[in-house]
Design a protein around this ligand. Sequence first.
Ligand SMILES: [Zn+2]
Length: 365
Amino acid sequence: MTVLSADKVVTPAGVLEPGWVAVEDGRIARVEQGRPDHADLHGRIMVPGFVDIHCHGGGGASFDSADPEECARAAAFHRARGTTTLVASLVTAAPADLERRASVLSELAGDGVLAGIHYEGPFLSTARKGAHDASLLRDPDPTTVDRLLKVPHVRMMTIAPELHGGMDALRQVRDAGALPAVGHTDATYEVVREAARAGARVATHLFNGMRPLHHREPGPILALLEAPDVVLELIGDGVHLHPAVVAHIARTAGSGRTTLVTDAIAAAGMSDGEYELGGLGVEVNDGVARLTGDGSIAGSTAAAASVFRRAVHDSGIPLTEAVRLAATTPAMLLGLTDRGAIAPGLRADVLMLDDDLGVQRVVAV
Ligand SMILES: [Zn+2]
């Protein structure tokens, strides 16, 4: 048995100050208030490992590479920074390439390195393409969708519901047991309401890559906010969204249906310079990644820990709520009932943070 203690332990029931956790066989056996007689490790703040459901790479490595070693490196980069559960996102590519890339990721998911695969394209709106290659965007057809879904460990697919065949594709994803996500969309309010009825479960980076909210045409944003079964992704890197927006959504939609994501690309953790995302050139300046072509923001250079830290420091979200946004809610969305909180019976995926919420230690199964 291993005993981990901290000045603050963030549990679903509140913060234990101080508190400790006993770990046995990779599981949390006990969670207690107070100081233990003996601790194998003591830290300042203990939180569950982060769960990131939207991430393209990091540490110079990309999940689009189709290279198992490079993909494992990207996962290891984020794991060392506190993401103990990670869904790998693939940007738009030709279906055959996507299938090939997903198969590589599927092996890593089978080994427990990844928690699943997310196809962010190619069924997206050209008007809201963001950093996706417009020439490869297409309408969904049942055969292609089926081919992509057949790869084991596919957990999510982002679709612009206004595309020809978009609604049927959302239902097809749902029926296959994966999460239909709405994003990179120019749809009207009404169309996205229909998408929610068709089973949409996720808003792919709410606000970014979608028609903005307008008082005469509220568009996808209001429709997604109003859909109780939809979990809202927020890119909390301080670039994609104003911290007040993150605070507002976390408060109004609630931490039970809001999750922080990084949308990180290979440039995360690297210096400024030239990178690539799905075959498109990306330039990173002051940590902000933009397409070399049209200047669109091209994902983030953040790790989950810095997104978490911003949520607390910049958006003023209380620690317990920030933990829900960064771990509990995304784990629940993925159906992973064995993690996402510090509670007896769950996996001992635990982080020790310093006073400034920097990751000091990653203790994970
Ligand atoms: Zn993305």
